[in-house]
Design a protein around this ligand. Structure first.
Ligand code: FE
Length: 245
């Protein structure tokens, strides 16, 4: 698994882990993200059971394991958080931030030592050594209880399945040709995003943020003007459509 540094300042660093050449064939490729501050680390959408050993081996090269005090799961899907029971065995005193709606389900992945901190529907925030991290509502995009992570200082929006693309395993990190990227996203968004209303509401709220980089859980990252190109494209896309004829 590869490590990419997305942002670095005096207060914190953003990492992305993914593009694993040793990943088993039939599982979807995922991007994992981590924010590291002076004394803490927040690991976001840490991935599935299949990825755990590779993730652990990769992460400890960037941060000592006892610094990982916070986990985040945007929603309940197995590619997001089925590794929970394994993290539970290696982390001490960690907290999982996840939608309140999914607590009764996510606990089925196994959790004894980790504390579940339910995020209310309206979102919440977290201060990691003074670095403010926001859990930004993204309900029904695609899960009925769903959050993004926004860091106002770096302008990074970790957008989960929004902006996700199905790409080759060794795809470049950043979108370099937006028009060419559309076919990799279109079917996925039409089928997996169930609500046009939720979509429009999310776009309206995201436009008020200062997003420099939008980082999805699958595929490439949107940077600079491509963030707006994505919002414009997503706005006109009709979602929640499946023609079975
Ligand atoms: Fe999902």
């Amino acid at each position: 698994m590869k490590t990419h540094k997305l942002y670095e300042s005096a207060t914190h660093t953003w990492f992305m882990f993914g593009r694993d050449p040793n990943k088993p064939d039939k599982i979807i490729d995922t991007n994992q993200y981590m924010v590291v501050t002076k004394e803490n680390a927040l690991l976001m959408d840490p991935g599935g059971i299949e990825l755990f050993s590779s993730m652990l081996n990769t992460i400890i090269k960037s941060v000592p394991i006892d610094k990982i005090t916070h986990l985040f799961a945007s929603h309940q899907d197995p590619d997001i958080i089925s590794s929970l029971g394994l993290w539970d065995q290696v982390l001490e005193g960690a907290t999982l931030h996840s939608p309140w709606l999914w607590e009764g389900f996510i606990r089925h992945f196994g959790m004894e030592k980790i504390t579940y901190s339910p995020i209310p529907d309206e979102g919440s925030s977290l201060s990691l050594n003074g670095v403010g991290i926001e859990f930004f509502p993204a309900h029904y995009l695609h899960s009925s209880g769903n959050f993004n992570v926004y860091d106002p200082k770096s302008g990074i929006l970790m957008s989960g399945d929004i902006g996700a693309a199905l790409d080759v395993d060794d795809a470049p990190l950043i979108v370099d040709d937006f028009e060419a990227h559309i076919p990799r996203m279109e079917t996925f968004h039409r089928r997996w995003m169930p609500s046009n209303e939720a979509k429009s509401d999310w776009i309206r709220r995201v436009r008020k943020l200062d997003v420099q980089m939008m980082c999805p859980q699958h595929g490439r990252i949107f940077k600079g003007e491509d963030v707006n190109r994505f919002l414009d494209w997503f706005e006109q896309l009709e979602v929640g459509v499946l023609n079975t004829k």
